[in-house]
Design a protein around this ligand. Sequence first.
Ligand code: IMP
Length: 199
Amino acid sequence: MMKRLVLASRNAGKLRELQALLQPLGWEVIPQDDLDIAEAPEPHPTFVENALSKARNAAFHSGLPALSDDSGLCVDALGGAPGVISAHYAGEPRSDLRNNEKLVHELQGVKDRRAHYYCVLVLVRSAQDPEPLIAEGRWEGEVVLSPRGQEGFGYDPYFYLPQQGCTAAELTVTDKNRISHRAQALARLLHRLRDITPS
Ligand code: IMP
């Protein structure tokens, strides 16, 4: 029997990736939109605080365990920006296209464009869960100024992986899901989840 959890995100890219990662492990991932749960505000300066507030909100309104992901791109030369505001770096309404244009603009003439994706996953079993499960992942790369690839979402066409010799948008979904910040965080979360899940 599938175990159900609500995903506290409206981001279709994250939903696809997390469903692909969790379904084989027996988890049915229900997007919060399907339950008419509105997005929680993300006012905090840290990823983990935002993730916790999103997960609590979804658990409160659904009565189910809830998983949230807060993630972003952090560029060394920009002091860690766009960071927690990655989704709306270029303002509202959110647009990957405009975010990427702004990123490229900010990095014109900058030689050292090292960056990493960061992801924190938070799982609460209930809105009042005093022991949320928290796991992080970090994926190192650098920003390129011309886009490459059609896969993924967000900043992926500009996130170059020296080890793979391609951008994240040139990886297949399967390959991205093996090595991404989200995959790393999920692998860590699942270790803890196995310890607390009755079989
Ligand atoms: P959040 O929904 O507030 O966590 O915002 C996450 C934002 O970070 C996304 O909208 C993207 O802009 C960026 N981001 C996070 N993970 C990825 C990824 O795997 N690929 C591309 N962009 C990502």
